[in-house]
Design a protein around this ligand. Structure first.
Ligand code: SF4
Length: 192
């Protein structure tokens, strides 16, 4: 079981982004970093086995992200994935402290038209960079990196079995997972 944090705010503004509603920096969603950390640590007992940080662009709030990750690591959080619209080179050069606190970085902007059949990324240019020093975790992500929708690449089990979870809660519909580009418009337009 993983926890997920969606950071608000993104100035990269990739064409075709499925989450343009996250681009704005809106004070009404501002939260104290300690509260966010406590929410994650206490949302389940035992605490979640891993954390995914996405957005928006999490590095647009780099200082808060660093504080949050430091606190979570101190409390024993393992298996942390960070999505960023910046490339690995850029993140490594500008945010080495954050790189040192995550296990996996999925990097790069969303590029419309570069479809991917891998369930963890929205466009083919994006890379999974495995940074962890934990050998068990590394092995897990090496396998997952090769996991194509429907099977492991080279295993003959390829196919189009990509799935997302759709949850309706009150006035909101949540899409959990990364859809194919060809399906994104329908999702954004309310499945019409
Ligand atoms: S970096 Fe992410 S949130 Fe920002 S526009 Fe690109 S895909 Fe959307």
């Amino acid at each position: 079981m993983r926890a997920v944090i969606w950071f608000q705010g993104c100035t990269i503004k990739c064409r075709g982004c499925i989450a343009p509603h996250t681009w704005e920096f809106d004070d009404k969603f501002r939260r104290d970093v300690r509260d966010v950390a406590d929410t994650i640590l206490n949302c389940a007992n035992p605490m979640p086995e891993g954390l995914t940080i996405t957005g928006g662009e999490p590095l647009s709030q780099a200082a808060a992200l660093f504080t949050l990750l430091t606190r979570l690591r101190e409390c024993g959080m393992e298996d942390i994935i960070l999505y960023s619209g910046h490339t690995f080179d850029f993140v490594g050069k500008n945010y080495p402290g954050i790189i040192g606190l995550v296990d996996v970085l999925i990097d790069g902007p969303f590029v419309e038209g570069l479809e991917s059949d891998l369930p963890w990324k929205g466009s083919q240019n994006q890379q999974m960079i495995i940074l962890t020093k934990d050998e068990t975790l590394r092995k897990k992500y090496v396998e997952y990196r090769e996991y194509q929708c429907g099977g492991i690449i080279g295993s003959g089990q390829t196919g189009d079995k990509r799935k997302v979870q759709i949850l309706a809660r009150g006035d909101y519909v949540y899409v959990i997972g990364i859809p194919h580009q060809k399906d994104s418009e329908a999702i954004k337009n309310g499945f019409s």
